[in-house]
Design a protein around this ligand. Structure first.
Ligand SMILES: Cc1ncc(COP(=O)(O)O)c(C=O)c1O
Length: 412
């Protein structure tokens, strides 16, 4: 009873403190006062465990989106619009710092699909040049290449990694061994959305560069940015993409594209509009040439700057630690429940994306059952996909495991 009262007061304390603060500082106060879940508005019978697809924002960040949009509608004068637009550069600088790269190497775009396609459709290649892809890439980084190849004559080849591969060295040798004479691009998803397999990106980049110095290496970070404390300088890739509305827990239809300074002249954006400038050479510096998309949703982009501060307040390493702990707990629970895995359980390759085997025709029923019995929202991607994040609690994990186990007849 005493404990309950103390927890209640703590919650109250967190809530009242948060009530006096705005934006990211309110979200951080809620996290530190009453626990991560308290900062998010989701209903207890609709718990999101689908970060691989879409994350909720902390309530204070969604309020910031609405607040900035309201401020624009109240005052559309040039100084007010410029004030709100200027947050884009704060977001750019913060994202660059968190990822260990330069601000002018970051473009604020709309999502990972757009970021991938800026690279896919805009990379300078000659006919006969080869693009090497992981066969687990997202369509925006595989089908998009097929479309490009059918238009311009570059060729596309895939490498596969057996899910039962045991060691990091085996994966690195397999990828580096797939690089051929004509390979100019190597592009892979850091963490697969269809198996949850985490590639050893830094080791692959190092080995690939030893084999082919001039290679452009693109990493799709849709399942990484915001989930893993990534340092792009350490990884050593040339470009990297991500969506704020996934693991970064930020505003929707906002994304990022990193392009290393030296690689920027090789990539031509498909959309050229304001604020590119008046000549063929962009007037804007660095990666900003990739975001000359005309009028944007400046309120959402301003709230991205607050999301950067939210991550700083908890620290990217702190978010990764908790996300990992929750995912490990879930994996253990599912292994104990003896349900069939698609995902590797080898710690060299695990991530917070966990996929169980489920026939296509049973997936809808599984999702409905888990929502009804556990109040947890999952996805039916390549089986039954569970992707918990920072805001999920051990209680959510327990409910998900029990509900999945109850419907085990639909798995397999
Ligand atoms: C690996 C990967 N890349 C790209 C995307 C596309 O993301 P978005 O829909 O935010 O553009 C996804 C979406 O799930 C993904 O999993």
């Amino acid at each position: 009873m005493k404990m309950e009262r103390r927890a209640f007061l703590k919650t109250l304390g967190g809530a009242s403190l948060a009530g006096t603060l705005g934006g990211y500082s309110a979200a951080i106060a809620q996290v530190t006062g009453a626990g991560p879940a308290a900062a998010f508005p989701f209903a207890d019978d609709k718990v999101p465990m689908n970060a691989a697809n879409l994350c909720p924002m902390p309530s204070a960040i969604s309020s910031a989106v609405a607040r900035y949009a309201g401020e624009l509608d109240v005052d559309m004068s040039d100084p007010n619009r410029r004030r709100i637009e200027a947050f884009k550069n704060d977001a750019r600088a913060g994202i660059a710092r968190q990822l260990g790269v330069k601000a002018e190497e970051i473009a604020v775009v709309r999502n990972t699909s757009e970021a991938n396609n800026i690279f896919v459709q805009g990379m300078s290649l000659d006919a006969g040049d080869e693009v090497l892809l992981w066969d687990q890439n997202h369509p925006s980084n595989s089908v998009a290449w097929e479309v490009r190849a059918s238009r311009t004559g570059c060729t596309v080849r895939y490498f596969s990694i057996p899910l039962d591969t045991a060691s990091i060295d085996e994966v690195v040798d397999l990828v580096a061994g797939s690089i051929g004479e004509r390979t100019r691009v190597l592009s892979f998803t850091h963490i697969s959305n269809v198996t949850g397999f985490r590639l050893p990106a830094a080791e692959i980049c190092a080995a690939a560069r030893r084999k082919a110095a001039g290679l452009h290496i693109h990493v799709d970070g849709a399942q990484t940015w915001g989930a893993v404390d990534v340092n792009l300088a350490d990884i050593g890739c040339d470009s990297f993409s991500g969506s704020a509305h996934k693991w970064y827990m930020g505003p929707r239809e906002v994304g990022m594209l990193f392009v290393r300074e030296a690689a920027q002249p090789n990539i031509w954006p498909g959309v050229v509009s304001v604020p590119w400038g008046d000549t063929a050479e962009p007037a804007v510096p660095g990666a900003r040439k990739f975001e000359a998309l005309g009028q944007r949703d400046d309120a959402a982009i301003a709230a991205l700057a607050e999301t950067v501060s939210f991550h700083d307040g908890i620290t990217p390493a702190g978010i990764e630690r908790r996300s990992r702990e929750i995912a490990d707990l879930l994996r253990e629970g599912l292994l104990e429940a003896d349900v069939p895995f698609v995902s590797s359980v080898n710690p060299n390759f695990t991530s917070s994306v966990i996929i169980l085997s489920a026939p296509q025709e049973n997936r809808r029923a599984l999702l409905e059952n888990v929502l009804r019995d556990g109040g947890v929202i999952l996805a039916g991607v390549n089986g039954l996909r569970l992707s918990p994040h920072y805001y999920n609690t051990p209680g959510h994990v327990e409910r998900a495991v029990a509900a999945v186990a109850k419907s085990r007849d639909l798995l397999g």
